[in-house]
Design a protein around this ligand. Structure first.
Ligand code: ATP
Ligand code: MG
Ligand code: FE
Length: 341
């Protein structure tokens, strides 16, 4: 089975060829970071236009890098949602056209399920069941993953996503875009104990998160310390530590509550070095297994969409040609049943 995956939910035009839902033959990403950087965030209309230009060539590149042609492809998987509606539509329509013209089975994939499916592409995939922390630019949730495509959301952010908090703090200080990786790098040279910030909802007994208050705390800290001498590295380290502590504590609590012996990280923020180290440390301390996927599988890519899609195709699910993109998913992160036929 050779599945062609297509992803265009945000600012990455991506295509990949994955064999048997397991082996990545190619994964090509045309990033639009440079296009959006001057605006300090993703401009939806600009994203759509870039996808229109870049997505088809990206698919061609993925096929050629995999050393295959469309004749070898046995199924097409595409991100159906959530994401920017215009951006999603470019991918959806390209996938429909390819599938229709080649009479290939087509399936729509939840971008969130894709991030979780990325774990099955790791060199050593996590054993089921595992507790996954999905942390990205738009989402922060804890999922109990029982089997491929079978996940239950146990908690999520009530306001900002963790990645969003990273990006907003970086923007506040004019550090650059996207902020996550810049703060990660600066924090490595800082001392997290110099500037203490709140750990929102740390002890509220739920598996939910909140990061908008932490961002506001940084805003207040900045105003209160105008003209004061403090190191940006220390602020980054203090902020990052606050985020990481809450993320790790709640993921651990979820695993313990459910008696699950394995932890896993997914989503763009899973690329964060401090989060990876802290999660590994916590797992080792508690005698749990842990999967930290390679960075390229954490941030947006199409291999994860092909992997998730392969599972659904095998199960016989199909997306009808008249199906629409779904900008926002209902709570839980799965596509609504009526989106799959
Ligand atoms: P979603 O998956 O929720 O729809 P998205 O697709 O935009 O959102 P991803 O590409 O999965 O998100 O992740 C992007 C986010 O990850 C951004 O917020 C970015 O700042 C953050 N990020 C990337 N690398 C790091 C890092 N090293 N440390 C912290 N955050 C990071
Ligand atoms: Mg992105
Ligand atoms: Fe994503």
């Amino acid at each position: 089975r050779l599945v062609l995956g297509i992803e265009s939910s945000c600012d990455e035009s991506a295509a990949a060829v994955v064999a048997d839902g397991r082996r990545v033959l190619s994964s090509v990403i045309a990033s639009q970071i440079k296009d959006h950087a001057p605006f300090g965030g993703v401009v939806p209309e600009l994203a759509s236009r870039r996808h229109l230009e870049n997505l088809a060539p990206t698919v061609m590149a993925a096929l050629s890098e995999a050393g295959v042609t469309l004749d070898d492809i046995t199924g097409v998987a595409v991100t159906q949602g959530p994401g920017l509606i215009g951006a999603l539509l470019i991918g959806l329509n390209l996938a429909k056209a390819l599938a229709w013209s080649r009479e290939l089975p087509l399936v729509g994939v939840s971008h969130l399920e894709g991030h979780l499916a990325a774990l099955s592409l790791a060199q050593e995939p996590p054993p089921y069941p595992f507790m996954a922390l999905l942390v990205s630019g738009g989402h922060t949730s804890i999922f109990l993953v029982r089997a491929p495509g079978e996940q239950q959301e146990l908690g999520s952010t009530v306001d900002d996503a963790a990645g969003e908090a990273f990006d907003k703090v970086a923007k506040l200080y004019g550090l650059g875009y996207p902020g996550g990786i810049i703060i990660d790098r600066m924090a490595a040279a800082g001392d997290p104990s110099v500037i203490q910030l709140p750990r929102p909802r740390m002890h509220d007994g739920t598996l939910d998160f909140s990061f908008s208050g932490l961002k506001s705390a940084v805003v207040r800290f900045r105003e209160a310390n105008q003209g004061e001498d403090y190191r940006m590295e220390d602020l980054c380290a203090g902020f990052q530590e606050a985020v990481v502590e809450v993320l790790v504590k709640k993921t651990l609590a979820a695993a313990q509550e459910r008696g699950v012996g394995h932890l896993a990280l997914a989503g763009g923020v899973a690329a964060n070095q401090r989060l990876r180290a802290a999660m590994a440390e916590a797992a080792a301390r508690e005698g749990l297994g842990v999967t930290l996927p390679p960075l390229a599988l954490c941030t947006d890519n199409a291999a994860m969409i092909a992997a998730a899609g392969c599972h659904h195709l095998r199960a016989g699910r199909r997306m009808p040609l008249e199906a629409d993109a779904i900008s926002r998913l209902p709570k839980g992160g799965a596509l609504p049943a009526e989106a799959l036929a």
